[in-house]
Ligand binder design. Structure first.
Ligand code: NAD
Length: 360
């Protein structure tokens, strides 16, 4: 879709969510001034919605999200709401939204920037040049499976996948691989779980439509190890909801900080962009959170939803340039870094976007 008038729903959420979303909005503002018509509306989700309405997302907000061209989310959750029952907690707002909009494909790029090689806990020679994408199934599996329940004596959840859910996410994975290095690793636990046995069988069947892609399979435990041992082997990792959740947080550490990882959640009609990290209550309100992931969400949005790869590239370049100049939030600071606040790094990135954008 190439659009000249764009309608965005902004859901800052909780904790550091509002602080990092504010920086992304600075970038959006620059792009607006450059001639692209963007309307934004801001609404509540998560704990902020619980405090206001008693529930983590209202039907009206879900409707607004459905009507928007794209949704930009900060993060939800926090200690304040931890004692609530599971179905009333902030995280449920996001799960309901993903389900309501059928956002079944979560795309999480993991790219190690040369300027951040020293920020990772892993050795430079292992992570240099790492550039892969985790494609995670987002609306099925154990987070949604029924039956589920808990009493004082037992608790249970259901990992369930239907053939059509696996088929559609596999197609997304192969299509992304086609635009990259044409290598896809499907990750499962087919030696133990029936749901994974079906996953492997269906992925192999869909692969017949993508013969140009090299497909291999890994068990999730091995994959977790390989991401640390030799992450450059990966191009596209295709996996289910829970394995993707865990592997993408693990992968985040290759990049230096979870504050660097953006994600897109795509459905047949809608798209939502959010950082991989949560609401980071431990640093909320201190103006020290890394806003790069949220800003890179805007870059992903222009690429995936609006087909404006040049704007996307400009935003990514602006982030890289500011990091190359040595400006950092504390999570990615190195010995010679200039440590600056969330809002200051947001200002610098927005200013750099302005310098780099060609006149419309
Ligand atoms: N999509 C979401 O909204 C989402 C995702 C994961 C967790 N959560 C929720 O967030 C809350 C906190 O969860 P958690 O502590 O397990 O995970 P988290 O991702 O919020 O934080 C993990 C660690 O990473 C740090 N961190 C995260 N984002 C950062 C950033 N942008 N800059 C610098 N440091 C950053 C935090 O300070 C913390 O030390 C919980 O309520 C959880 O349910 C929400």
């Amino acid at each position: 879709m190439t659009k000249d008038r764009i309608k965005l729903l902004i859901l800052p959420g909780d904790g550091i969510g509002p602080e990092i979303v504010e920086q992304a909005l600075k970038v959006i503002d620059i792009i607006k001034k450059n001639g692209i018509m963007i309307e934004t509306e801001t609404e509540l989700i998560g704990g902020a919605a619980i405090d206001q309405y008693g529930i983590p997302i209202t039907r009206e907000v879900i409707q607004k999200a459905d009507n928007a061209d794209a949704v930009i989310l900060g993060a939800v959750g926090g200690t304040k709401w931890e004692s609530l029952p599971a179905d009333l907690r902030p995280e449920q707002g996001l799960l309901s939204l993903r389900k309501a909009l059928n956002l079944y494909a979560n795309i999480r790029p993991v790219k190690v920037l040369d300027s951040l090689l020293d920020s990772s806990t892993l050795k430079k020679e292992i992570i240099k040049g790492v550039d892969f994408v985790v494609v995670r199934e987002l609306t099925g599996g154990i987070y949604f499976g029924e039956p589920r329940g808990i009493d004082d004596n037992k608790a249970f959840n259901t990992e369930i996948y239907f053939k059509n859910e696996i088929e559609r996410i596999a197609r997304i994975g192969f299509q992304i691989a086609r635009k990259r290095k044409k290598k896809l690793v499907s990750v499962d636990k087919a030696n133990v779980l029936e749901s994974s046995m079906l996953w492997r069988k269906v992925v192999a069947k869909i692969h017949k439509d993508y013969p140009d892609i090299q497909l291999s399979h890994q068990y999730v435990d091995n994959c977790a190890m390989q991401i640390i041992k030799n992450p450059r082997q990966f191009d596209v990792i295709l996996t289910n909801n829970i394995f993707g959740d865990i592997l993408s947080d693990e992968s985040a550490m290759l990049t230096g900080s979870i504050g660097m990882l953006a994600s897109a959640s795509l459905g047949p009609k809608n798209s939502l962009y959010e950082p991989v990290h949560g609401s980071a209550p431990d640093i909320a309100g201190k103006d020290i959170a890394n806003p790069c992931a949220e800003i890179l969400c805007i870059a992903m949005m222009f690429d995936y939803t609006f087909n404006r790869a040049e704007i996307s590239r400009t935003i990514k370049n602006a982030v890289e340039d500011v990091l190359n100049q040595g400006f950092r939030t504390p999570d990615i600071a190195q010995a010679n870094s200039h440590i600056i606040s969330t809002s200051k790094i947001g200002d610098k990135i927005a200013r750099r976007v302005k310098e780099l954008l060609p006149a419309e």
